[in-house]
Design a protein. Structure first.
Length: 87
C-alpha cells in the first residue's frame, strides 16, 4: 500500500477511471451482442441502426483512450462486413 499522499490519490483516481472504462467497454459489448442478434434474426433495419450506435460508441471510446483507435476501426469494419454479408 502506498504511503505518500499523492500515491494514495493516484490509486483512487485510477480506480475511478478503471470503473468508467469497464462501464464503457461493457456498454459496447452489449450493443455488439444486440447487433449480432438482429443480424441473426434477419432484422436488417434494426441491425443498421445498431451498427451506427456501435460505431459511434467505439469511436468515442477510442477518442477517450479506453480502446485503441485501430481496434475501434477493426471492430466497426468487421461489424459492417457482417451486415453486408448477411443482407
Amino acid at each position: 500500500m502506498a504511503n505518500i499522499k499523492s500515491a494514495k490519490k493516484r490509486i483512487l483516481v485510477i480506480n475511478k477511471k478503471t470503473e468508467v472504462n469497464k462501464s464503457r467497454k461493457s456498454e459496447i459489448k452489449t450493443y455488439i451482442k444486440k447487433f449480432e442478434a438482429a443480424v441473426e434474426e434477419g432484422n436488417y433495419e434494426k441491425a443498421e441502426e445498431l451498427l451506427r450506435i456501435c460505431e459511434k460508441k467505439l469511436y468515442q471510446a477510442a477518442a477517450r483512450n479506453t480502446i485503441h483507435k485501430n481496434t475501434a476501426a477493426r471492430k466497426v469494419s468487421r461489424l459492417a462486413h457482417k451486415l453486408n454479408k448477411a443482407a
